[in-house]
Design a binder for this molecule. Sequence first.
Ligand SMILES: C[S@@+](CC[C@H](N)C(=O)[O-])C[C@H]1O[C@@H](n2cnc3c(N)ncnc32)[C@H](O)[C@@H]1O
Length: 235
Amino acid sequence: MANSYAALSRHYDLIMTSGYYDYSAYARDLVTELGDHRRVLELGVGTGLVCESLLELSGADLRLTGIDHTESMLAQARARLGNRVQLIRQDIVEMAAPSVFDAAYSVGGVWYGTRNPEGSTLCSHLLREDDDIRALKNVSAAVRPGGPLLLAVQQAHQNYERPLPGGLVYAQEVRPEGDRFVKDYFVRKADEVVAHQRCEFRAYPQDRADRLLAQCGFHFERATEDGLLRRYVRE
Ligand SMILES: C[S@@+](CC[C@H](N)C(=O)[O-])C[C@H]1O[C@@H](n2cnc3c(N)ncnc32)[C@H](O)[C@@H]1O
C-alpha cells in the first residue's frame, strides 16, 4: 500500500511527541476554528494524537470520526481513544462517507502545508493529481455546505537528527524529485537502524493547490494568525 506507515508505527508516538509536532497548539487553533461545528472528520487520523488533544480541550458533545488506511496506526488509535472516536479503516481515495460532517481537518494527515522560503506548498500523501481530485471530492461530499476544511501547516522539510528517549535517535532525510519528494524516516539505536519508513509525497505550489481545492468545492478563506492552519470553506 502506498504511503502506509506500518514500518514506523511502533515508534510513531515517540517521535511525534518528542518535538516533531506541537499537538496542543494545533488543537487550540482547531477548537477555535471549529467553533460550534460538532461532527468532525479527521483525514489521516494515525494513532489518534490530534483527536486526543482535541477531546481534552473540547466539550463532551464533539463527535469525531477518523479515517486512515494503515491498520497498525489505527490499532494504536483504538487503544488510545476507545469508543470516544469513530475510526474507519479506508483509503481516502475510496472513501464514501455520507454528507454528515460539519467540518474536516488534516494535521500532518493525508494533506498538509509546509512553510518554505520560496512560498508555501501543499503536500499530499497521494501521488497522482487525479487521486487528489477524487479524494478531495470525497471529502467535499462528506462535509455539508458552509463547513470548514482545516489544513495544518508545518515547517519546511529538512534533513536533521535528534535524540529520542531510551537511547534512540530519530533522523529524517528529504529528497526533492520534481513535483514530488521522498522522505526517509529512521530510528536508530547506536549504529543499528531499528525502524525505517520511506514515504513519497506530491507537492503543489500554494496557488495551484488552492485552484485544485476550489475545483473540488473548497474555497480558501484565510490562514489563522499564527499560520498553523489554512481554512477552506465548502461551497
Ligand atoms: C504523518 S501521519 C499523521 C497522523 C496524525 N494526523 C498525527 O498528526 O499524528 C499520516 C497518516 O495519514 C495516513 N494516510 C496516508 N495516506 C492515506 C490515504 N490514502 N488514506 C487514508 N489515510 C492515509 C497514514 O496512514 C498516516 O497514518
